[in-house]
Design a protein around this ligand. Structure first.
Ligand code: PHE
Length: 461
């Protein structure tokens, strides 16, 4: 079989392009949709504290590790491990990443579909004058029907595939560069409105005042999973993006900047949601995965010019979701194109169709076609395929992938190789290099292993 011509690989064009693309991958529904609802279900403040701790201690080192592997190998994750350690089985980590890409995109595209419905409702002014109960019913009715959510999901998958189809530089970079800062601005506007509502203080208290009695083993694993999910780490997305970064860029500062931006947006999303939730009398742990779609329209209703802000917000949410979904699909496409020597276009079509099939079942599992397992938890009615894929990817596959990635860098790639890549062969100083090495050799793998085993109920600390 003819080999893929690696000299023809695409790459990012500029410094700002890299940060925009990586931040575009990281910032998405994970911050705005997932963070508030998972934080709400896990007690708020204490969850946030553990989450931020994990970002600093584990997230940034894993992100830097991924960039390092990717840029050194100039390959997709699967090919990178094969190239860097040819006779060992590390490529299985790349394979696990591809599986994670399937599971993530399947449920992520469900939620991305909801953002399209949100946009349509916003344009049609359907939220005007609605009560919390009305919004609750609207959301549940929409998700319950099945067909509409599936159609929107497929539209979204199509958009994702269309961008990946046309390649990295022209597709991914261009969209992320301008729109991410606008998203930040509008979230800040939302925050201001939320914290000035009567009764907002309770929400801020919930988010920022840690109550450690609410911490369970599962909470800690949820925080770790959310950190991985939100930073787009543990499945090779940033190995893939790292492979498009030029040898001149500073990988460490990129990792820190992207992680900081991502965490900032998640916290802002929390500041927008929780005060509003309490002000409108919605319990933090009762809305499930529909939370932001049930709360945000209420907030916009309370705002001067809310109609226009909401339109802009929906549009930006869709863009934020898109810059994330393309980064997930890119992992599968880059791997298939380079390893199987397929054309980028064929690889995109095959991957998008395969993922969409799984995605349809995932969407329908929330509707009237129940696919899932009976819930072992009291008070929880059923666990759907959607819940299973979400849990499997965020709390199992990504932390496991991150575990192997730091082990690989810490113990197998060779200290000098790692140092050369991070310092651009000695051209930039790496002041914290020894600390980084210590973290990826000991702290991160041990912490991930303990949190994982404890959270799964396999050990008791
Ligand atoms: N980080 C993205 C978000 O927050 C989701 C994602 C996860 C993207 C894993 C790529 C890889 O929306």
């Amino acid at each position: 079989m003819a080999k893929f011509d690696f000299s023809k690989r695409d790459s990012f064009g500029s410094k700002i392009g890299i940060i925009a693309a990586a931040a575009g991958s990281a910032i998405g529904l994970g911050n705005i949709w997932r963070f508030p609802y998972v934080a709400g279900e896990n007690g708020g403040g204490a969850f946030l504290l553990i989450y931020v701790g994990f970002i600093i201690l584990i997230g940034i080192p894993v992100m830097l590790s991924e960039f390092t592997i990717g840029r050194r190998a100039q390959r997709n994750p699967f090919g990178a491990f094969k190239l860097l350690k040819p006779k060992q089985h590390w490529y299985l980590v790349g394979l696990m990443g591809i599986i994670a890409a399937f599971t993530i995109l399947a449920f992520y595209s469900t939620v991305a579909g909801w953002t399209l419905e949100y946009l349509i409702n916003a344009v049609s002014n359907n939220y005007d004058g609605k009560s919390p109960a009305d919004l609750n019913n609207m959301f549940d009715a929409f998700v319950g029907t099945g067909t509409r959510p599936v159609i929107f999901q497929l539209v979204f998958m199509f958009l994702t595939a269309a961008i990946v189809f046309s390649g990295v530089k022209h597709g991914i970079e261009r969209y992320a560069k301008i729109l991410m800062p606008v998203l930040l601005l509008i979230i800040i506007v939302l925050c201001v409105r939320s914290v000035t509502l009567a009764g907002a203080a309770e929400g801020l208290n919930f988010l920022f005042n840690p109550d450690f009695s609410k911490i369970r083993a599962s909470t800690v694993l949820e925080a770790l999973g959310q950190a991985f999910f939100s930073l787009s780490i543990g499945m090779g997305t940033l190995i893939t993006y790292g492979s498009y970064i030029s040898k001149k860029e500073n990988l460490s500062t990129t990792a820190v900047q992207v992680s900081a931006a991502d965490t900032f947006i998640a916290i802002l999303a929390g500041v927008a949601i929780f005060p509003a939730m309490f002000a409108f009398g919605i319990e933090p742990n009762t809305s499930g995965e529909g939370l932001v779609f049930k709360v945000l329209p209420l907030l916009f209703n309370e705002m001067a010019g809310g109609f226009y802000f909401q339109l802009l917000f929906c549009f930006l949410l869709i863009v934020a979701a898109l810059t994330s979904t393309i980064s997930v699909l890119e992992v599968v496409v880059a791997s298939a194109a380079e390893q199987l020597n397929m054309s980028r276009k064929t690889a995109t079509v095959i991957a998008a169709v395969a993922i969409s099939i799984l995605g349809i079942f995932c969407t329908l599992s929330l509707g009237n076609l129940y696919i899932g397992i009976p819930s072992p938890y009291p008070g929880v009615f059923k666990i759907t395929l959607f819940n299973i894929l979400e849990y499997l990817s965020a709390n199992i596959l990504l932390p496991l992938g991150g575990f192997f990635i730091v082990l690989f860098l810490g113990w197998f790639l060779g200290k000098q190789n790692v140092k050369n890549e991070i310092t651009n062969s000695g051209k930039i100083r790496a002041r914290l290099f020894n600390m980084f090495l210590f973290i990826i050799r000991y702290i991160a793998p041990i912490a991930i292993a303990l949190v994982f085993l404890h959270g799964m109920g396999l050990i008791n600390i």
